[in-house]
Design a protein around this ligand. Structure first.
Ligand code: KIV
Ligand code: ZN
Length: 435
């Protein structure tokens, strides 16, 4: 037997998602303070969680999973802090996680005392691997755990008459679960909850471990919806990133009809993390979709979150990395330089923002053209001329650009590293102003 043999296809007939486009934004739930925090080497303190929560609210998240109060005193205290100090804006719904265990539901609901409204999110592993070999439960026992948990949430909720509670359910390891079983369990949960006529239950279908390629996730999401009996479900995605494909998986699964996405900023989360909401959201914005989230102050957000998590993003992290709007090579610098000067004309020609070697306008995420050009021994005349023009308002004639580029390249080779704009100026001064 091979260690890694091919993974069987989902067996969907007439799939529709490859022919669909994303035209509408899903709703978003930030799980940074739960899935993200549980995977931080140094978990956030109460003070840090408050700051993080405010950042998420400011970005525009309307659903925020704030913790696992039955498992962690810190999460319990944070939940109490938010409620007791009335810091949850009226248009924001918090959620808390609890396993399918009635004894833990009691503590969870106690954490939610006096909340105006909240989502109670419970989960149980449904894959054979996890169900049989970790939990030691039969299929029937999983149904019973769900029944008991939903009844317990309802019972505790009935004691908190001033609050409104909504239900979210996750069949953990969904992508490794027999689809018919996952559907049956989810339908069972909705039946037990008995939602009001206009109410929906969130069915969160996680790739707890990314064990399948993105196309499989999309197939599972499409087939799940066809098989589900209940019409009172919000189909939610929760992709982890073990194969580095969480963003792609989520985008395809939205095409396959999912309505809601859970993820984290910078993809914080267990192992390789959860889906990175910054990349995903900006990818959708790039498709012209109004996501309702605001990343125009992304550099500030990056700085604040990096400080809180003590984990700055990689230099090449899409949209946020320090290098992603830079160009080192001369031909790239030249093309960017020329096109930036004609950006309005190019916009008109192509009907959308388009500049060579740049994916989006850096200004959309609070970044500037000024920082675009980075100079090293591979840089060409265009980029170097751009720096002199931007920094010192001196437009170099072409013959000077050629000569000056040679001088800067020679300097960069001598120092064997990137050259700062100040050094570029020094070379300029030495060559032409005070030789
Ligand atoms: O990844 C996962 O399956 C989870 C669930 C608890 C939703 O985080
Ligand atoms: Zn998760």
């Amino acid at each position: 037997m091979k260690k890694y043999s091919p993974i069987p296809e989902i067996g969907i007939q007439n799939r529709t998602w490859p022919d669909t486009q994303i035209t509408q934004s899903p709703t978003w739930c930030a799980v940074d303070l739960r899935d993200g925090n549980q995977a931080l080497p140094d978990p956030l303190t109460l003070e840090q969680k408050k700051i993080y929560f405010d950042i998420l609210v400011k970005i525009g998240f309307k659903e925020i999973e704030i913790g696992f109060p039955s498992a962690s005193k810190d999460d319990y205290d944070f939940c109490r802090h938010l409620i007791d100090n009335k810091v949850i804006p009226d248009d924001v719904m918090i959620s808390v996680l609890v396993p399918a265990r009635p004894d833990l539901v009691v503590k969870t609901m106690d954490a939610l005392r006096d909340v105006p409204k909240a989502t109670v999110h419970f989960y149980v592993a449904t894959s054979d691997l996890h169900r049989e070999h970790v939990l030691g439960k039969s299929h029937q026992e999983v149904f019973e755990m769900c029944t008991a948990t939903v009844q317990s949430i309802k019972e505790e909720a009935s004691k908190l008459k001033e609050s409104t509670f909504y239900l979210e359910f996750s069949p953990e390891e969904f992508t490794d679960t027999d689809l018919d079983f996952a559907v049956e369990v989810c339908d069972h949960v909705i039946e037990q909850w008995q939602p009001a006529a206009d109410e929906k239950v969130i069915l969160n279908l996680p790739a707890t471990v990314e064990r399948r390629p993105p196309t499989h996730y999309a197939d599972m999401i499409e087939l799940f919806q066809r098989k589900l009996k209940s019409e009172q479900a919000i189909i939610s995605l929760h992709a982890h990133n073990d194969m580095g494909c969480a963003v792609a998986s989520t985008q395809l699964a939205i095409q396959a009809g999912a309505h809601r996405v859970e993820g984290t900023l910078f993809g914080q989360g267990e192992r390789s993390g959860n889906v990175d909401l910054i990349t995903l959201v900006l990818n959708l914005q790039y498709l012209g979709i109004d996501t309702g989230l605001d990343f125009s102050d992304l550099m500030n957000i990056t700085e604040q979150i990096s400080e809180l998590t003590n984990m700055p993003p990689h230099e090449r992290h899409p949209y946020v990395g320090s290098l992603v709007f830079s160009a080192f090579s001369g031909s790239h610098q030249d093309a960017i330089h020329k096109s930036t000067l004609r950006k309005d004309e190019l916009m008109e020609t192509f009907g959308r923002w388009k500049i060579p070697y740049l994916h989006i306008d850096p200004a959309d995420v609070g970044r500037e053209f000024e920082n675009l050009i980075r100079i090293n021994s591979q840089s060409g005349k265009g980029g170097i001329a751009h720096i002199i023009e931007k920094e010192h308002n001196i437009k170099l004639p072409r013959f000077v650009q050629v000569d000056f580029a040679k001088r800067v390249q020679a300097y960069a080779e001598e120092v064997s590293r990137e050259v700062s704009t100040q050094e570029v100026w020094k070379v300029f001064e030495e060559a032409y102003i005070a030789p």
